[in-house]
Design a protein around this ligand. Sequence first.
Ligand code: PMP
Length: 443
Amino acid sequence: MSAILHRNLAASLPVAVRGEGAYLFDAKGKKYLDASGGAAVSCLGHSSPRVIEAVHEQIGRMPFAHTSFFTNEPSEELAEMLIVRAPEGFGRGRVSFVGSGSEAMEVALKFARQIQVERGEAERSTFIARRMSYHGNTVGALSVGGHMQRRALYAEMLMPVTHISPCFAYRFKHDDETPEAYGRRVADELEEAILKIGPKKVAAFVAEPVVGATIGCVAAAPGYFKRIREICDRHGVIFIADEVMCGMGRTGSFFAMEQEGVAPDIITTAKGLGAGYQPIAAMLASEKLIETLKAGSGALANGHTYMSHAVACAASVAVIKTMEEDRLIEAVQDKGAELRAALETRFGQHPHVGDIRGRGLFQALEFVEDRTTKRPFSRKWRIAENLKSKLQDRGLIAYPSSGTADGDEGDHLLLAPPYIVTSDDIAIMVDTIDRTVASVLPA
Ligand code: PMP
């Protein structure tokens, strides 16, 4: 019997033993097409020779040197690579490297609070985030997250956070509203919340540019983030963009915020950064925030033992070089369009597929009981979970999400294949889903 505290103690999981390109193999030799890169992690597939070589090289030379005594070459190189690729307007900021998306969010929240104090606004200690969002599982990240089911057990321990509406046109745009008017209406909820809490009390606003794990690949309406930026500027609120899942080329641009035409003050990114070869995440702070820090204490008030881990950073440097040398962000745009077209052809008229959405190689299907009313399936059918497990039986890994427990019990299937995915792989993905969906829908 396993001594691992698995997520589900009763589950008997296959043992993954080998990776090759977009495929994983278990101990029995069964082959799986990794159509979600795990959870949008494995953006280069599972056997990128340059990344493996970079990890070997760095671990052989120097695995670790603590950041209170030293900096190291891979982390300096990686920080520079991220800063020069940050969205226009971000400026020459600085980067902090940690081990997971949740940790990067903790660093971001604490850094935003620190900057407000350094600005002389110590009463700014509260955060505003959005319902139906996910920002991680540590206590701070869980507090800003709007996934009610994941929060429930810990409700009494969480920080007080105000949650406003997500920008989720499929579910919440009024029929007589333009996408732009809808985006403006929900962005304006931020200003209402700031004024209600007290304009000098809010430290930061947190949002995923393209929402991932909770509701499946939901990009904002046009102009939404421009309006958010204006409101944050007007009220001295720091804007944190959580690109843990949607960053690193996944949506067809290096950072997802590039496509919104505005720069946030803080960006977090993780999954695709290490591409699964190493656990690593980053928090980028804009030039403006760094200037405040320089004029103030001059020191980050937060630290972790494995910050700037040399091997993890060396892996990420190789990930970004591979992505760019092999023109993989262009591949995300092309293959993303191909995947989207294949999904639309196959499921566009499906009576239980309410929406097909996403950007780049970050695409999702939303399943509904009734397409006209958009009524979700009752939770008792466990559509997303059952689909995930039947797909895995058939050799396809796809990421389910369901039950935001926020008055909306949607079932979604998220597809985030490696950027090296081929047209044949896309055909296998769409065929396997098509063959499997009927078996999980109520008769
Ligand atoms: N933010 C977002 C947007 C995420 O999707 C996730 C992970 N699904 C996290 C934060 C937390 O990252 P991790 O699981 O690496 O702690």
